[in-house]
Design a protein around this ligand. Structure first.
Ligand code: AHR
Length: 518
């Protein structure tokens, strides 16, 4: 395209965006928007793998240190150095998988730094995140202990950018071999007799950027080389995940799918963050933002739908048998860091806007359950769109945590097709049927200023009762603090009714509702 066309195209794109935002912000009419839905309860489809509700924990800011690890001498209650309040909160939402140690940190991480007596572990500089000292007190044993404490699968992100295949291969043997090899014995000497099971391994992170600035052709070759040395020791089977695209880099997905080949990987990743302004220099504030940034956050969150459709179509073209699945292993809101916090720590508050964005993203992800193998919100504690915020001994659960809590009913359930047939651009939905036959419908009213009156037609089994929970708030940036930890939390919802094959519900503005139909 010549530069000559750019202003015209830009005008169209900007116009469409303004139209969409204006439609959301429009009018003084505060009457509920009429929304019609169709839920095909008689057509259960793909299983919503529990892994779609995964988390990501990087050595970044206060995620690992303070957020998870307080050390064995801490006065904060802990089990072997891992804080008990955080473990209890994560167990409650049944976190299925945690990705670690990064992120950008992963491609500078050398696993040997994090084993053996803690006082002897080397001190390194975390060059990506604030140039702070990384004392390596949280390493392989601590991470895998943490996974066992919360009951999740580990997803290890291996160092391709500055590591070697040998280093990665040794790490895998150290963790997963039950043999009498020197590496397995070293693990035993460090306190772990039985090998761990490692199900997921990422071969590099953001190899197009912080992971080595590679081109997709070069990365594909690197992937093939590294993947050759990912060994399955008896009793363990690793699913290999290739580094995928940054948002709209469709060429990356196409080239990696083509050159790596479907036989050589189980998944390929995608990273997509929601910035209210779309500008990395001024992303927008986590609280105290104008309604225009509520609206733009919603529009930019919704973009995930188109991204998934396009990446999955490219993958299907290269892999018609659908052997490779998408792994959305970094998603979430990214705002300007909180004033006064360390610039490299990515600490941000979390409000009702994050709950709504999480609800939309999880609905979109559920609705692509046949093509997605895992998704991991960024990040678990004290970083970006966190579940949990901590300050010394205090802990607070965020609105995003509460969405994960309500949505856990979808984990392992069968996706039910659902669609909005009238009143689009207000309400976003996904639905599933669990093993006991209960139907769960998660509804998000993304409008900041108007309620939605939802009428849903249910095809299939007769439903007799409905109950549910709601997360909502008056203010655009309502959030929980250490002094007011329950300002935004789920409440019982009695605004829904079923009659025959019809479900009705009135959703307040800015709300996430999960209904159970029996
Ligand atoms: O989640 C923060 C950073 O975002 C990760 O380290 C990196 O992979 C991405 O760019």
């Amino acid at each position: 395209m010549s530069n000559h066309h750019c202003p015209f195209i830009c005008l169209i794109v900007a116009g469409a965006f303004l139209f969409c935002s204006a439609a959301m912000a429009q009018s003084n009419d505060n009457s509920p928007v009429a929304v019609e839905l169709l839920i095909r309860a008689d057509q259960p489809g793909a299983t919503i793998r529990p892994e779609l509700y995964g988390q990501f924990a990087e050595h970044l800011g206060r995620c690992i240190y303070e957020g998870v690890w307080v050390g064995t001498d801490s006065t904060i209650p802990n089990t072997r150095g891992i804080r008990s309040d955080v473990v209890a909160a994560l167990k409650k939402i049944h976190v299925p998988v945690v990705r670690w140690p990064g992120g950008c940190f992963a491609d500078e991480y050398h696993w040997r730094d994090g084993i053996g007596p803690r006082e002897k572990r080397p001190k390194r500089i975390n060059t990506h995140w604030g140039m702070v000292i990384e004392d390596n007190s949280f390493g392989t044993h601590e991470f895998l202990d943490f996974c066992e404490q919360i009951g999740c699968e580990p997803y290890i992100s291996a160092n391709v950018g500055s590591g070697t295949p040998q280093e990665m291969m040794d790490w895998i043997e150290y963790m997963t071999s039950d043999s009498q090899s020197t590496l397995a014995d070293e693990r035993r000497a460090n306190g772990r007799e039985k090998p761990w099971k490692i199900k997921y391994l990422g071969v590099g992170n953001e190899s197009w950027g912080c992971g080595g600035n590679m081109r997709p052709e070069f990365y594909s070759d690197e992937y093939r080389r590294f993947a050759t040395f990912v060994k399955n020791y008896p009793g363990n089977r690793i699913e290999k995940i290739a580094c995928g695209s940054n948002g709209e880099d469709f060429n990356w997905t196409d080239v990696v799918m083509d050159r790596v080949g479907a036989r050589n990987m189980t998944g390929i990743s995608l990273h997509y963050y929601t910035l209210p302004t779309g500008n990395w220099d001024h992303k927008g504030k986590a609280t105290g933002f104008p309604q225009s940034e509520w609206d733009s956050t919603i529009s930019r969150t919704l973009h995930l739908q188109a991204l998934l459709d396009k990446h999955l179509a490219i993958m299907a073209n290269r892999d018609p048998q659908h052997r490779v699945r998408l792994v959305v292993d970094e998603w979430g809101t990214w705002y300007d860091q909180e004033e006064g916090s360390h610039p490299g720590f990515l600490y941000q508050q979390n409000s009702i806007r994050d709950a709504v964005a999480a609800g939309i993203n999880l609905n979109i992800i559920n609705n692509h359950a046949d093509g997605i193998m895992m998704a991991n919100i960024a990040q678990m504690v004290n970083v970006l769109q966190a579940m949990i915020l901590t300050e010394k001994e205090k802990m607070v659960l965020t609105p995003t945590y509460h969405v994960f809590d309500l949505y856990q009913v979808h984990q392992g359930a069968a996706l039910l097709p659902s669609e909005v047939t009238a009143g689009k651009e207000s309400v976003y939905v996904s639905a599933s049927k669990d093993k006991e036959g209960a139907i769960h419908v998660s509804l998000v009213n993304a409008r900041a200023d108007r309620a939605a009156k939802v009428t849903a037609k249910l095809s299939g089994p007769v439903v007799k009762s409905v109950s549910g929970h709601i997360i909502t708030a008056e203010k655009l940036d309502a959030h929980n603090t250490f002094d007011q930890p329950d300002a935004v939390k789920p409440m019982p919802f009695d605004g829904a009714e079923v009659k025959g094959d019809q479900l009705t519900a009135t959703l307040p503005a800015k709300s996430v509702v999960v209904l159970e139909l029996k």
